[in-house]
Design a protein around this ligand. Structure first.
Ligand code: GAL
Length: 420
């Protein structure tokens, strides 16, 4: 080996060694609480892990299974109470304010300013992430909740048409049933019951009703004629689900549609992640369409990570790197391609996304202009967690009871809406 080469190699080794030292000095650990454990979701979570590891940090997975996140929230509370908060936790909507009021969330203003979050996020979204004007959370995506997923083969076999309103929905359900196909794949858990309920409320009642009844929790609207119609239609959907629905996870319900055992499912677009992860093609193997009667509205569910106050400096650095990475265009693309959602970052290139995502993206912008963009209650975007929990229970009680009348259900829901 020539002297020159030896020198170059040695110099290279010195540079490499100092880079390792730099990385080691800054490398921290990030513990992330989430409930993304189904096929498509786990892939999306892995992309976050890979992004962070590429920055030299280590990832401590804190996954708590259970769609909708109820179990995850229970575990999180006990961890925070015992003074052992993770670096980041999947917390959404008004709950972010509740956690921030406890004084446990970290101020991410510096990361937000450096990376221009105010410019890159729709104002409504930025406001959800801020407490007293300071960012305490970073958004990951925008899920649309008011979708209907259908298996075109099953529909063909039944001679049915994919519905666009509730009359067509029940006509299709009858035909599917007659063909020996379970019309509606459902998982009987309260957040899934409510996902169906809010789709019916939006489709039957319209966006003004939805906002008054389920966002403003207006007592008169909750006890109106329209509410009677909504509850009657909602309960009718149940007669087209199978008897094994109680307790079933949402992704198992999606799998029934994937296999053609069931015809359709009312679910947010994390369901698309399951179709994609099973190798299915939108428009060919499955159909995505707005839930009946809701094509001109958009029920949004924005996943976000709340960042908790940490003591260890290296971990604080890793946490800030995570927050910055989540908003990067590269991450927004790869994560959302797997998750079924759309990027939350404005002006993102959608070339690699499928038609369902493109439709969602277009409708997100359109509905924001026409004031028909509404928050999902089922997914923690609209009301306080206490009111949400009480209303969800009341709606599920009605769904599950053979005796409760619509009038009784209406009273129960209205009373639950008063929960502070
Ligand atoms: C939602 C969450 C989605 C998805 C879904 C099913 O609340 O926002 O990201 O995980 O639950 O678990």
């Amino acid at each position: 080996m020539s002297k020159k080469m030896m020198f170059a190699l040695r110099a290279g080794a010195v540079v490499a060694a100092s880079m390792v030292t730099v990385l080691a000095a800054q490398a921290g650990e990030v513990e992330v609480l989430h409930w993304w454990t189904s096929g498509g979701e786990a892939k999306a979570a892995k992309s976050l892990q890979a992004t962070l590891q590429a920055k030299g940090h280590s990832w401590k997975d804190f996954a708590v299974a259970g769609g909708g996140g109820d179990s995850a929230m229970t575990v999180l509370k006990s961890r925070v109470v015992s003074g052992n908060a993770p670096a980041a936790a999947q917390i959404k909507g008004p709950s972010l304010q509740e956690w921030a009021q406890e004084g446990v969330l970290a101020d991410m203003s510096d990361v937000a300013a450096t990376n221009q979050w105010d410019k890159l996020l729709p104002t409504v979204v930025g406001n959800i992430m801020k407490y007293k004007g300071k960012y305490v959370a970073v958004p990951v995506n925008v899920h649309r909740v008011n979708w209907l997923w259908a298996n075109p083969e099953a529909f063909k076999k039944a001679g049915a048409k994919v519905p666009t309103n509730w009359d067509e929905f029940f006509a299709a359900a009858e035909k599917l049933k007659a063909a020996g196909i379970i019309p509606v794949a459902h998982g009987g858990q309260n957040w899934q019951d409510f996902t169906t309920f809010e789709a019916v409320a939006l489709g039957v009642g319209g966006t003004e009703f939805y906002k008054k009844a389920l966002v403003q929790l207006d007592q008169a609207t909750l006890k109106s004629e329209t509410m009677t119609k909504v509850l009657t239609t909602f309960k009718r959907v149940k007669s087209y689900t199978d008897k094994n629905a109680p307790g079933r996870d949402w992704n198992l319900a999606t799998a029934m549609v994937i296999r053609g055992e069931a015809g359709m499912q009312l679910m947010g677009d994390w369901a698309k992640g399951e179709f994609i992860s099973a190798g299915k093609k939108p428009g060919v193997d499955f159909v995505c369409t707005a839930a009946p009667g809701t094509a001109k509205a958009f029920t949004f569910n924005i996943d976000s990570f709340a960042l908790f106050k940490l003591k260890n400096e290296a971990n604080v650095k890793a946490q800030k790197d995570l927050a910055a990475a989540v908003m990067s265009p590269e991450f927004q693309e790869v994560f959302n391609l797997n998750k079924g959602s759309i990027p939350v970052r404005l002006g993102q290139n959608m070339d690699k996304f499928d038609d369902c995502a493109k439709q969602s993206s277009k409708d997100f912008v359109e509905t924001a202009k026409t004031n028909t963009l509404v928050p999902s209650i089922a997914h923690g975007m609209a009301v306080s967690s206490a009111a949400e929990g009480a209303i969800k229970d009341a709606v599920s009680n009605f769904w599950n009871s053979d005796r409760m009348t619509v009038a009784q259900a209406m009273d129960k829901i209205a009373a639950a809406a008063r929960t502070k």
